[in-house]
Design a protein around this ligand. Sequence first.
Ligand SMILES: Nc1ncnc2c1ncn2[C@@H]1O[C@H](COP(=O)(O)OP(=O)(O)OP(=O)(O)O)[C@@H](O)[C@H]1O
Ligand SMILES: [Mg+2]
Length: 254
Amino acid sequence: MPMHEDGPSALQTGTKPILPVTGKDLFVRRKGRDLLNVPDITIGGRGTTVLVGPNGAGKSLLLNVLAGLKTPDRGKVLWNGVAPSRPRYCRFGMVLQSAVLLRRTALANVEYALRAVGHDRREAMARAHRALDGAGLTKLAMASARVLSGGERQRLALARALAAGPDVLFLDEPTSSLDPASVLTIEAMVKAASDGGMRIVLIAHDLAQARRVSDEIMLMHNGRIVETAPTDRFFDAPESAEAAAFIAGKILIS
Ligand SMILES: Nc1ncnc2c1ncn2[C@@H]1O[C@H](COP(=O)(O)OP(=O)(O)OP(=O)(O)O)[C@@H](O)[C@H]1O
Ligand SMILES: [Mg+2]
C-alpha cells in the first residue's frame, strides 16, 4: 500500500520519536471501583497489539490515559521519556469507534492532516490522493465527509491517520458496525501500516479479527491487564484462567 512508503514519521523532524509509550502505576478509581490499575505498561518495538476484554474492562480508558487525553488519579505516562504535549501529537494518531471528521471533502480531510504535519500543499495533495486510493475512496474524494456512510467515514478516518505517518496509532474498535468488506479493507490498511513499521494498538471485540491482525494480545479485566502474550500463545496456550475463559466465550465475572 503506497500511503506509507516512507515509513513512520518521515517528516516530523521537529519533534523526537514518541516511542516507547510507557505507563507507570496508572490508577483510576471511582465509587470504590478500580477502573484502571496498571502498574507497568510499555508500548514499544514494532507490530500490532490488540487489546481485548469484556465491556467496562478499562480498554478505552487505558488508551485515553496512554494518549494523554485523560489524567489518571495516580501514575505517569511518558512518550519516549517525556510527558505528552501538543507538538508531540503530530507523531501520534488515534481513530475512534465513530470517526471525527472535518465538514469538508474527503480529500480535504486528509490534506488538512498532511499539512498539519508539515507537508507543502503539492506534496500533501499527492499523498492525500494516494491515501484515499489505498482506502478505496478515490471516487469519493470530492464528496463531503458529511454524506459518507459509516464504513466510508471510518476508512477515511483511518486513511487520514495513516497518511500523517505517526509513530504510534491507537484504534478504539474501528470496525464495529461495519460490513464484512469494509472490515477487511480496514484490516488490510492496518496490516500494511504495521508491516511498514507503524506501532499499532487496537481494541477489538471480535476475536477472529484480533487473531488476524495482531502480533500480541493484551487481555484486560476489571481495570487490570491480566495477560499479555504473542497471539498464537494467547489463543493456543493461555496462561491465566481469565484468558482461557475469555477465549471460550465465557463472560468474565468480576
Ligand atoms: N470518567 C469516568 N467516570 C466514571 N466512570 C468511568 C469514567 N470513565 C470510564 N468509566 C467507567 O470505567 C469503566 C471502564 O470503561 P472503558 O470505557 O474503559 O471500558 P471498555 O473496556 O472500553 O469497555 P467497552 O468494551 O464497553 O468499550 C466502565 O465501567 C466505565 O463506566
Ligand atoms: Mg471501550
